[in-house]
Design a protein around this ligand. Structure first.
Ligand SMILES: Cc1ncc(COP(=O)(O)O)c(C=O)c1O
Length: 343
C-alpha cells in the first residue's frame, strides 16, 4: 500500500538517494564484517563530529543500539532509570531485559518542571533516593534518556549538563536513545559539530539514529568509553548483530555524515512539522520542537482527515500523532495544517 499523504512515521519514509548511491559504490570486494575500509573510518568521523574521542559501531536497529550500549553500564542485578514512556520500556519487546540479562527498568513519570517524557535530576532522585543500599533492593546503575524525547521534546545543553553532573555524582552511566537525535540537534541549531555536541552533552553512549532520517538499515552505537567499546564489539557479535557485509551499513552512515546530510534532512523534517503546527493552535498536546506532533482530535475529526488522504496513527482515544520526515512534501505539510485548522 502506498500512502498518499504520509504522516504515519519517519520509519515509513524512503531511503535518501545519496545512501543508495553510497551502497552502490560500496558494492565491490572488501574485507568482511567490520574489517572493511568504510567501517574503519567511523571512529575518526564521529570523534571529529563530537570533539571527543569515541568509537562508532553500526547495528541494524535502534533497539540493538540502545540495549548493547546499556548492557555495558548495567549489571544483571542492577537497574536502568528511564521515563515510563521511554521506547526501551514501551516499544522494545523486552529487549532490555534480554540484552541486560534481566536487569530492571526503573520508571520515572513527568514532573519537576518538565513534561513530554523528559527526565530531570530531581525526578530521578525522587525515584532512587528511597532505595535502601542493601541486597534486597535493585540498585540503579544507569540512566537512559531519549533525544528528542518520545513526545518530540529536545533536551537543552543545560538540561543535559545537569543530568550529566547528577549521573557522575551518583556514579550512574548515562545513555542517550537518539533515534531522533538529528531532529533534536537541528532544533538546537548551529553547525553540524555545534548541534551534535549541544544535543549529546556529556553522555557516555549514544544510539545515533539514521534510519528514520533517510537511512535504510544502519544506526550507530557511539561509545565515549573505550572499555565499553570493547564490550560492545563482543556483545554485538554474540547478539547476532555483526553483519558480515558491514560495508553497506558503514556506507549509509558515512553518506549521512557527508556534507551534514543528517542535519539537513532533520531540518527539513522539523520545518515540515512547524508548517503543520501552524494550523494546530491549542490542539497541540506538546510544544513542537522536532518532527512529531501530538494533536487533540476527536474520532470524527480524525476520520475527516483520513478522508482527505492523510495517513497517521491514533494516539489514544482523543488524539493523533503526526510525524514528518526528510522527504515530507512542503505542500502536504501545509495542506495538513490547513485541514486541521479547518476542522
Ligand atoms: C524513541 C525511539 N527509540 C528507538 C527506536 C528504534 O527502534 P527500532 O528498533 O525499531 O529501530 C525508535 C523507533 O521507533 C524510537 O522511536
Amino acid at each position: 500500500m502506498t500512502l498518499a499523504k504520509p504522516f504515519l512515521s519517519d520509519n515509513a519514509a524512503a531511503v535518501h538517494p545519496k545512501l543508495w548511491a553510497a551502497m552502490q559504490a560500496a558494492d565491490q570486494p572488501d574485507n568482511p564484517y567490520d574489517g572493511d575500509r568504510l567501517s574503519a573510518e567511523l571512529d575518526a568521523r564521529f570523534t571529529a563530529l563530537f570533539g571527543r574521542e569515541c568509537a562508532a559501531l553500526w547495528v541494524a536497529t535502534g533497539t540493538a543500539a540502545n540495549c548493547l550500549a546499556l548492557a555495558t553500564m548495567c549489571a544483571p542485578h542492577g537497574g536502568v532509570v528511564c521515563h515510563r514512556e521511554a521506547h526501551i520500556e514501551v516499544d522494545e519487546g523486552g529487549a532490555p531485559g534480554f540484552f541486560l540479562h534481566g536487569a530492571k527498568l526503573m520508571l520515572v513519570d513527568d514532573g519537576f518542571g518538565v513534561e513530554g517524557a523528559k527526565l530531570t535530576p530531581e525526578g530521578i532522585a525522587a525515584l532512587i533516593d528511597p532505595i535502601r543500599n542493601d541486597v534486597h533492593q535493585v540498585q540503579p546503575h544507569a540512566i537512559a534518556i531519549t533525544q528528542a524525547s518520545e513526545y518530540g521534546r529536545a533536551y537543552s545543553p543545560a538540561e543535559l549538563a545537569a543530568l550529566g553532573a547528577f549521573a557522575k555524582e551518583r556514579r550512574l552511566g548515562l545513555h542517550m536513545d537518539g533515534a531522533r537525535f538529528a531532529n533534536a540537534a537541528a532544533f538546537l541549531g548551529g553547525s553540524a559539530q555545534e548541534a551534535a555536541r549541544a544535543a549529546s552533552g556529556p553522555v557516555d553512549s549514544l544510539a545515533f539514529g539514521f534510519i528514520k532520517n533517510g537511512g535504510m538499515g544502519a544506526e550507530a552505537v557511539v561509545l565515549f568509553d573505550p572499555e565499553a567499546t570493547q564490550q560492545v564489539r563482543y556483545r554485538r557479535k554474540r547478539a547476532g548483530h555483526l553483519q558480515c557485509k558491514g560495508r553497506y551499513l558503514a556506507a549509509q552512515i558515512i553518506a549521512m555524515l557527508e556534507d551534514d546530510l543528517w542535519l539537513a534532512n532533520a531540518a527539513h523534517a522539523n520545518a515540515a512539522a512547524q508548517e503543520v503546527a501552524a494550523g494546530c493552535a491549542d490542539r497541540l498536546l506538546h510544544p513542537v520542537e522536532a518532527n512529531e506532533l501530538f494533536v487533540r482530535l476527536t474520532a470524527p475529526e480524525r476520520e475527516a482527515l483520513r478522508a482527505q488522504d492523510f495517513a497517521f496513527y491514533d494516539w489514544g482515544a482523543e488524539s493523533a500523532r503526526f510525524v514528518t520526515a526528510w522527504n515530507t512534501r512542503p505542500e502536504d505539510a501545509a495542506a495538513l495544517g490547513k485541514a486541521i485548522a479547518a476542522l
